[in-house]
Design a protein around this ligand. Structure first.
Ligand code: AHR
Length: 497
């Protein structure tokens, strides 16, 4: 089987916004407590922040992290998590049926984010709360001083305003189980009013309105259109969320998940542009894919109600999962002209690339690696390739390309990175790529993530090195033509400079 690609410097899709390599930390499972914050862990610093977890996050070079939820934010009072710890209130946390101690809150997260070298996307609660609390939170975070709320922040020990630029207007408000579910009109109105006053408090901020919870919601894409009808003039981004998992043991359809993701992205872009035309607007709404990942069937965790930070969603991922995750990253990059923010959900312990054992070490799951490679080498201009790949059919999709690929050209560094994967479970794919337009470029590395013996191989605490990338790929270049063997079910990073 042979796949052909042609790349040309002059044919580009757009520039990668580094925020596309963002992530997500919610008060859920052991993401915060036991994940980034564990005062009793031997690796923790004087703030109780796990140093081993921070080191892995820095390795990923995560540019931005969404906080504090997710479904959690729809019932959250941010005031509960600020000020002296001894007077913080314990609350029933209704999104995940737990008790929230509020030992860790906004200021701890902001302090932690600096140590982790990352920016923050802050979400406001538009489930149980509204316009007033949203503007108050912006004032607490971003106003320098001289008002009750800004001085409150200063009195809590944080003199400098945080200057948080990107804000989410609630979370998945179209989803019935969401705390404070709303119809599109109810949400659109409250989001527009919250947005208006949040920007009055700080005109420098950018806002993300909730699109549909996913592309299979019964109200998609009308929800998105109605929300845009109300919010168009006030926001910069519309959100998308997608999680994929293997259903009924159907591996082939699972491996083809990004076909659905591509279609979903195209539909949301069309919806935004339809509203642009309808409003005769000059403004373009971009996309914030602020939750995406592979996962397992939801709802398999069972914990005592009202536990504190139970080990929820601690799925161990396989090579197969890493390939699907990689294909989702390629989908995001293929739409880099419109997707400006992406958040792999979530960063630690809950369905995460990084696992942190209670009181023990942190390790990298299989899905860590494509994320790492994309974040390290995928910054620059996304090229618009001509691709011809063998196709296959599966239960859910027809004409699924066996090759998924995207290439990034970093003009300043004179570097070209080709990301490619073979989703065929049986055969290798001969990869041929015409880069004659990149005269003088040589292959400097060909990284491969694979396990030819076992596609279910995974990394665990006991054996964290079962699925590791190596750089023994066989890519070669002759007269501007790259050839490489893409083994069955494998992920590739071919780097040229
Ligand atoms: O990431 C876990 C949950 O998935 C988030 O809280 C919610 O927004 C989504 O449905």
């Amino acid at each position: 089987k042979i796949a052909n690609v042609i790349l040309d410097k002059d044919f580009s899709i757009g520039t990668v916004d580094s925020r596309i390599y963002g992530s997500f930390i919610e008060h859920i499972g052991r993401t915060v407590y036991g994940g980034i914050y564990e005062p009793n862990d031997p690796s923790s610093d004087e703030n109780g922040f796990r140093r081993d977890v921070i080191a892995l996050i820095k390795e990923l070079n995560v540019p931005i992290i969404r906080y504090p939820g997710g479904n959690f934010v729809s019932g959250y009072n941010w005031e509960d998590g600020v000020g002296p710890r001894e007077s913080r209130k314990r609350r029933l946390e209704l999104a995940w049926n737990t008790v929230e101690t509020n030992e860790f809150g906004l200021n701890e997260f902001m302090k932690w984010s600096k140590l982790a070298n990352t920016d923050v996307i802050m979400a406001v609660n538009l489930g149980t709360r509204g316009v007033n609390e949203a503007r108050e939170l912006v004032e607490y975070c971003n106003h320098p001083s001289g008002t009750y709320l800004s001085d409150l922040r200063v009195s809590h020990g944080f003199k400098e305003p945080y200057a948080i630029k990107t804000w989410c207007l609630g979370n998945e408000q179209d989803n019935h189980p969401q705390i404070g579910y709303k119809t599109a009109t109810e949400y659109g109105r409250i989001a527009a009013e919250a947005a208006k006053v949040m920007k009055w408090v700080d005109p420098r901020i950018e806002l993300v309105a909730c699109g549909s919870t996913n592309g299979n919601m019964p109200t998609f894409p009308q929800w998105d259109a109605t929300v845009l009808e109300h919010t168009y003039d006030h926001i910069e981004y519309l959100s998308l969320h997608s999680y994929y998992w293997k259903k009924d043991g159907d591996t082939a359809s699972y491996l083809a998940s990004s076909v659905e993701m591509d279609a979903y992205i195209r539909s949301v872009i069309s919806t935004c542009d339809y509203m642009k035309a309808k409003k005769r607007s000059k403004k373009t709404i971009n996309l914030s894919f602020d939750e995406w990942n592979v996962t397992r069937q939801w709802g398999e965790d069972h914990f005592e109600p009202w536990s504190i930070a139970p080990p929820a969603g601690e799925h161990i991922y396989s090579l197969e999962d890493a390939i699907v995750g990689a294909s989702m990253l390629i989908s995001l990059l293929k739409h880099a002209d419109r997707i400006k923010i992406g958040c792999q959900a979530q960063l630690v312990n809950f369905i995460a690339p990084i696992m942190a054992r209670p009181g023990g070490e942190a390790w990298r799951q299989t899905i860590f690696y494509p994320y790492l490679h994309a974040s390290l080498y995928g910054r620059g201009t996304v090229l618009n390739p001509v691709i011809s790949s063998p196709l296959s059919d599966c239960k859910e999709f027809t004409d699924v390309p066996l090759l998924e690929t995207v290439s990034i050209w970093n003009k300043e560094m004179e570097a070209l990175t080709i990301f490619a994967l073979n989703r065929d479970q049986v055969d290798s794919l001969q990869f041929k790529c015409d880069v004659r337009n990149f005269a003088g470029y040589k292959i400097i590395e060909h990284i491969v993530l694979e396990n030819q013996d076992d596609q279910d191989a995974s990394n665990t605490f006991e054996n964290p090195n079962q699925v590791l990338p190596h750089n023994k790929g066989n890519a070669s270049i002759d007269n501007g033509m790259i050839t490489a063997e893409l083994f069955k079910l494998s992920w590739h990073v071919i780097r040229l400079a």
